[in-house]
Design a protein around this ligand. Structure first.
Ligand code: ATP
Length: 355
């Protein structure tokens, strides 16, 4: 495999404007915690705020991540996920609060911080006229990765990301999936301890999604912390920790199993015929928060399931529908997402578990 030879691109403006001269000079020298911090978390955010005029995109966001965590950052469109990631990258200055990566302040020390993280944005941001290999070499050179190290790293990444067969193709001619794999490869060339990915699998087929998740797991096992946004709830389930942001506020954070467990006693699966009109009708029953069709059954989210069941048994209000049975449902991450997105969950669950 020939991946050596280096790439001496001259159009460094775009990359340099993100990576920054300070970062490339500091690369390799700042991967240990800032000396003043005795037990430094990998990522620490404290009451981070971003305002755009009157609007608040991120509101008092606090969280801590350790090495090797796979953190899924969930929330509906416009919740504040991308803004948070761009703040972490030092691309946006927070309006208030502060954060640190391995002890380095995300704004004041942003050039050092950029050498500690890899960033895969939502939009394709590589050089379309360069080949896959040239893009990789370009980013290796921008991050000042020594040539021999870069050669090994590129060889490994081409193989891990299934990019070897397309290494001579121009990036602009790649399919969406390969473009995304290449973007991840470019973000990993300097072996950063923190990888930020903004919807990395959006629009990808299951094979490419699996390739990316295999890589993320491998990286996390090697100690890299993954901070990933996704709208796919099966991917949220693969994270070690998920956080749910809504209207700029982090409503909850925990393992997927813990978040699902908290819902378990609030979900009922009803067998009713015919299901489609019954679903709409049930939504209007007092105490029902939301209803959805699931495998022919009606999944119902309620604050007081036992009270609801008693009331329906006493007086079934829909003579046109046949109620054949029910059971408590096993929540999945779709249910968790829906519960938080509806804005109802914090009112239902006890505040003791809330952030
Ligand atoms: P999506 O899932 O659609 O990518 P998101 O959770 O990443 O959404 P953000 O892009 O962070 O959401 O946006 C959060 C809020 O901040 C939105 O209301 C958005 O309109 C607003 N916003 C983002 N950038 C700006 C800006 N430059 N000026 C004004 N408002 C902005």
């Amino acid at each position: 495999m020939n991946v050596t030879g280096g790439f001496t691109a001259v159009d460094g403006n775009r990359v340099a404007s993100y990576i920054g001269e300070g970062a490339t000079q500091a690369l390799g020298s700042v991967v240990s915690p800032a000396p003043s911090e005795p037990k430094t978390p990998l990522l620490f955010l404290h009451r981070l705020v971003k305002r755009y005029g009157e609007a608040i995109a991120v509101n008092e966001l606090s969280l801590t991540l350790e090495r090797g965590e796979v953190f899924g950052f969930l929330g509906p469109n416009g919740a504040g996920k991308t803004t948070t990631i761009r703040i972490l990258c030092g691309l946006i200055r927070p309006s208030a609060g502060h954060g640190a990566v391995l002890g380095y302040d995300i704004w004041r020390d942003r050039f050092q911080v950029r050498s500690l993280l890899g960033y895969v944005p939502q939009q394709f941001s590589l050089y379309p006229d360069l080949t896959v290999l040239e893009n990789l070499w370009f980013f290796a050179s921008a991050y000042r990765v020594p040539q021999r190290t870069a050669s090994c790293r590129i060889e490994t990444l081409l193989s891990q990301l299934d990019l070897f067969a397309v290494r001579q193709k121009r990036a602009g001619q790649l399919s969406g999936g390969f473009k995304q794999l290449l973007a991840i490869g470019c973000a990993l060339l300097h072996n950063p301890p923190l990888l930020l990915l903004d919807e990395p699998t959006s629009g990808l087929d299951p094979t490419h999604r699996q390739t990316i998740w295999d890589l993320l797991y491998r990286l996390s096992q090697e100690g890299t912390t993954i901070f990933v946004t996704t709208h796919y709830m099966d991917e949220a389930d693969r994270c070690t920790t998920v956080g749910f942001i809504y209207a700029g506020e982090l409503l909850t954070m925990g393992s997927p199993s813990r978040l699902k467990d908290r819902l378990a006693t609030h979900i009922l699966d009803f067998e009713i015929e015919p299901a489609i009109p019954a679903q709409a009708a049930l939504r209007r029953v007092p105490g029902v928060i939301s209803t959805r069709l699931r495998s022919g059954k009606i999944r119902l989210f309620t604050r007081e399931p036992n009270a609801l069941l008693t009331s329906l048994r006493q007086c079934w209000p829909f003579p046109e529908f046949q109620w054949r049975g029910y059971q408590f449902g096993a929540p999945d991450m779709d249910d968790v997402f829906e519960a938080y997105r509806s804005g109802q969950l914090p009112a239902i669950l006890q505040s003791t578990e809330m952030l």
